[in-house]
Every structure is written in structure tokens, then in C-alpha cells.
Design a protein around this ligand. Sequence first.
Ligand code: NOJ
Length: 551
Amino acid sequence: MHIATAADTQHWWRDAVIYQVYVRSFLDSTGDGIGDLAGVRAGLPYLRKLGVDGIWLSPFYPSPHHDHGYDVADYRGVDPVFGDLREFDHLVADAQRLGLKVLIDIVPNHCSSEHAWFRAALADGPGSEARKRFHFAEGRGENGELPPNNWHAMFGGSAWSRVTEPDGEPGQWYLHLFTPEQPDLNWRDPSVAASFDEILRFWLDRGVDGFRIDVAAGLFKNAELPDSPDPMADERSRDSVNPLAWNQPEVHDVWRQWRAVCEEYTAADGLDRLLVGEVSVPTAREHAKYVRPDELHQAFFFDLLSADWDHDAFRKTISEALTDIAGTGSTVTWVLNNHDQVRTVTRYAGETTTVGPSRARAAALLMLALPGAAYVYQGEELGLPEVVDLPDDVLTDPIFRRTGSRLRVRDGCRVPLPWSGQASPFGFTAGGDGAARPWLPQPEWFAEHATDRALSDTRSFWHLYRDGLALRRNLPQLGEGPLRWLETEPGVLAFERGDGLVCAVNFGLESVPAPVAGTPLLASGDCPPGILPGSTAAWWISDLSTKGTSS
Ligand code: NOJ
């Protein structure tokens, strides 16, 4: 039976809440210690109960997993470790029957060095058609022993690697903005665009509702591949990128073409197919260009994720997004967590250790009250903290390896989910005694966050998310529509949505008078009438005639 939801409306994505499933860490149905598609399928009723509108599946394609699937060896298959195409089809059918949309990750900036395209490029040698799909260039120096330019890779080291030619001699270099196992595709070669057109249709024909697009501000590089005035920019941080390798104007033509493909499918059944881009660009204004009406429907707005726990920073970020992005006719796509970032509970802990969970709960209520769409990363609804003490020898993130063990960034938010019980694998892995251990070790304290506990404890993160999502679905004020800032106490953010829905967040540690009388509809912590405690957010319905300013 198909359950009718808000997702049945044509523009379902505009205020949808999508749950990011990091497949290898969600639920393991086979006992090999790695999550899989059958595990995701088994978890769908749980997600339905949580109340999200859909799921985004991290890459499940055949891959040598140098970057956990973001190195795709075949864009039209399923890695046997995750299942097969039949299992994928069942997953899509089950999800849609439950009223959940299904988005899949697509990785157009680079493929795996084991993809047939790259193998052919190596085998066919310099000047071949196969090499044109990538950025191959002669090296500098007397014998071509130096990389063609000074660019650094995002994950550390040079952005170039040299190949051994079919004759056994050192030869050309190829560009990779991430690891050497992820050669960048050359989008100036028409065969690349043509291939991706077919790949999109392959998955749309299988029924997916859209795509999360990896590195959506990448794809095109300056055609001359000149030296960069700031070669370390990419390696330094998310906020600084090599201006010659990112955000080139030509990339917008690709999104126009992809949007046209989606519109063909929409024309057939009246439902939008969603393109949501991972767009890392320096300003909200640049970001807005990606969501013009004929380009991507949405692009993750990472500024909220990178904002410090500070009411001014949050207010500025939210206002800029609403002005610049909503001004395009799209909606803002809010995100606080994902598989690349330290989890909010830990990130917001600051100097103290006790306020992280309260702040993460408050941030969740804030995000769910904002106009636009929101993404929730698996485990966020359990209040999972980052696992910060994984031993070096279990770390798998290529950033750790490629920065000489300097940056331990992304494994700690990818530890397999706890579902039940008191000891690892906490129900993550099926298969009893013979089962392999989870691919990253789960700490003992994961027991406190297991889903079975969370479901039975009405004060858990899970209930906060569930209640917030249910209200969001039912209260018209929380859909699209204006946000009006309210004057409040210092250190507090308060805004009104629609008619009379007030959300306030106290960023400080001390209680302040609540901006609204009465008992809140929902609060992230204990919230007596008339009081907004520190590190707490709440929602009220008020008849107050507010004295705010529009965003
Ligand atoms: C962004 C993805 O979120 C990240 O996990 C991946 O490593 C890079 N893109 C490269 O594909």
C-alpha cells in the first residue's frame, strides 16, 4: 500500500526533510560487518516512523573503496558488498510504498582509477580518444618529471600523478582533485556529458526520485590548467578553493542539461525529480547561481553547518541564505551534519563537555523551523557524538593517509549505528557469533544511543526529531513562507514563521525570559512557562502581535 504524504505533491522537495543513509554504516544484513542495501530496506519502517520525507543513499556502486564509494568503477551497478540491482529495485519499491522518496548519490567530477574509462586511457596512451576523457598533460622539467602545474589536491599532496606508459616508461600526468585513485573527468570532452546523460536516465528509469550530486561546483577546470596563485587553497579548508579548479562558469550548462533530463520525467507523471548539489563556493550569492530556475533544484547550504555556536553568526548566515537563495525562487537546503563533518553533539561542545547535546538538540529545532528543506544525517536523530578516539590503525579516511596522519577528520562520524543491546555490534550486524565485527569499532558508550533505547525514552533525541518532524508536517506555518526576526534578549535568536509560530534559541548558558508567554509546543529541553533556559530552543504558537523585521 502506498501511504499518501506531502511527498505526493509536484514540488515535494521544496520543504522536504531527507535522511542521509551512509549505507556501509546503517545496517548489515549479511554479517560481513558492512551495512548494505538489504539493511537499508529493513530500516525503512524505522525511518517512516521517524517521519522523514525521503532518503539519500551514499554511493553503493562497484568501487575499490579508496574513498568509500566516491571512487566509482561502474556507474550502473551495485557493489556486491552492498547487494545487487535487484535488491536496489526492491529498496526503491519498498521506500516509495511507504511514501519515502529515494535519492542516490552521483559522482560526476571524477571516477575510480579502476573504471573502464581510465583503464582504456592508460592502455591507449598519449593522444588517444580515451585520454581525452581525463586531464592528461606532459610534465614540466627536463624530462617531464615535475607536475604540469602547482595545484594541490583537497585530500593532501599534489593534484597530479604520473603514469607509466604502455612502453614501460614514465609518461604523462593526470589530474585528481582528491586522491590519485579518483582521476578527474574532463567535462570539455563531449563524450563525458553524453555518458552521464545515459547514466541519469538509467537510474531515473529504475524509479529514483533524484540525485545528490557530488562536487557540483567542480567538473570544469580552467582550460589552460595554469599555475594557481594560491595552490594550497584546496587543501586548507572547505572555505578556500582553487579558483582555477572550481566554480567555473561552464558548469552551469551541465546543470541546465541535467535539469532538462529531469523535466522530461516530470512531464510524464507530474512529479519533480530532484537534483541537489554539493556546492562549496565562497558566498551565498555564488551559491544562489546553482539554484536558478533552470539549474539544480537545491544545493546544500553548508554555511549553517560551519557557523560557530553564536547567535550573531547563525542570524547572519540564515538571513544571507534567505535573501540570496530564496531570491532565486528555490528554497534553502539546511544541513547540520553529514558523513564528512564532526557531529553536532561534539562540534558544539566547545570548552565544556556538557552542553554539546543540549546545543545539538536546540540546533535541530532551529533547523526544522526554518523555511526550506533540511537534511538529517543518520545517527543525528540518536544524538550520536563523534567517536574521537578511534585508533590510528582502524582509520580508513584517505585524508588521514594523505596528510601524513595529520588530519583525522571523517571516520569518527561514520561508525556503524547502534540499534540494540549492550555491546558491539549493537544489532548493527546480523549473523550471530560467526559475524564479522563492524568495519569501524563501536565504543561501549554507543549502548546509550541505541535506537531501541531511544524509541522507548520520550526524552531522547529521537523523540525530539520525531515530534519536530510531525509538527512540521502538520503546521502550515512551518512550510514555505516568510521568516520574521523578533527582538529578543541578547544572545537569543527568535523568529516568527507564518502566523504566530515562534521559534527561539538561547545560545547562552543562563536562562532568559521567553519571548512568548505560555507553554511551548515543543522544546529541546525542560522549558518552564515564561522561561527559555540556556542552550535550549522552543516553539510556541502565539497570538502575539510581534514587532519584528522580515528576513
Ligand atoms: C564529497 C563527499 O561528500 C566526500 O565524502 C568525498 O570524499 C568527496 N566529495 C570526493 O568525492
